[in-house]
Design a binder for this molecule. Structure first.
Ligand code: 5RP
Length: 261
């Protein structure tokens, strides 16, 4: 368990840049992920882990590539379904082991109609993963109707940790310190919908300042004007304690950047 956790959260600084490209499990061919290999390969040198589905792993990521994998194991509904937030288990722990993953990720829907189902399925995943020494990342606060504030995030994150999550992935909100303080396991933030680059960098910075151990970011990296420069900028904030303005310089200096003056 510790060995796998240290492949996700780097022991040198207790931080992590997780690259999330699992969106296809409910969104299909997401913009920027039409061919995951083409998008992801240039970004891997700046990512600590890659979060994706088993189908994406099999079809797009060569087995020789040395990147710790966090496997998405919840799903079962799509953006076309009004019950989008009713996810169940979509990959067995046996397959996770066979794929040599460093962790698995499962979305819990606290406060949504199917809360109970997702929390019970999540606890089953924790039981199975624990017995094999595999860390479980709880993805919380998903769903467009959720009020995303520190009180809700704190509640969802704490419930995830109490059920057995080893890492919690949630969204940055004002008062995030409280969310981190009341969650006994490391917290990483999702990037959310694509915003302008400086906003995404500020969010990452604020989350780290508030005590998050890193990001599990997708669209704000792979849909950026220059994904390679963007992941380097995010990496500079997470691992090198750069300010958002300093990190933004990386984008400005990138070749052919629309940010250059
Ligand atoms: C939401 C998820 C995503 O599929 C993804 O990992 C989120 O990344 P981002 O919001 O940064 O694009 O976990 O359930």
């Amino acid at each position: 368990m510790k060995n796998r956790l240290s492949r996700i959260i780097k022991p040198k600084d207790n931080r992590t840049v997780m690259l999330a490209v699992d969106h296809g499990y409910f969104m299909g061919p997401t913009s920027g992920l039409e061919n995951i290999a083409d998008t992801v390969n240039p970004l891997l040198p700046y990512a600590d882990t890659l979060m994706l589905t088993r189908g994406a792993l099999r079809n797009y990521i060569a087995p020789e590539i040395d990147i710790p994998i966090v496997l998405r194991v919840s799903g079962g509904t799509s953006i076309l379904n009004e019950n989008l937030l009713h996810e169940g288990i979509i990959a067995s722990m046996e397959d996770a082991v066979r794929l040599n993953v460093s962790g698995v990720a499962f979305s819990i829907m606290v406060g949504a109609k199917y809360e109970r189902d997702t929390l019970l399925a999540f606890s089953q995943v924790v039981d199975e993963a624990e017995s094999l020494g595999i860390p479980v990342i709880a993805v919380t606060a998903v769903g467009k109707d959720m009020v995303r504030d520190a009180r809700y995030m704190g509640l969802a994150s704490r419930i995830a940790a109490e059920i057995g999550a080893h890492i919690v992935k949630t969204y940055y909100v004002e008062g995030f310190e409280k969310v981190v303080e009341t969650c006994p396991v490391p917290v990483v933030i999702a990037g959310g919908k694509k915003t302008d680059e400086i906003t995404a960098l500020r969010t990452a910075f604020n989350a780290i300042e508030a005590g998050a151990v890193g990001v599990d970011m997708g669209r704000n990296i792979f849909q950026a004007n220059n994904p390679e420069a963007m992941i380097q900028a995010v990496n500079a904030i997470v691992h090198d304690n750069h300010t958002p303005d300093e990190a933004y310089q990386i984008l400005s200096k990138a070749k052919g950047s629309r940010f250059s003056k």
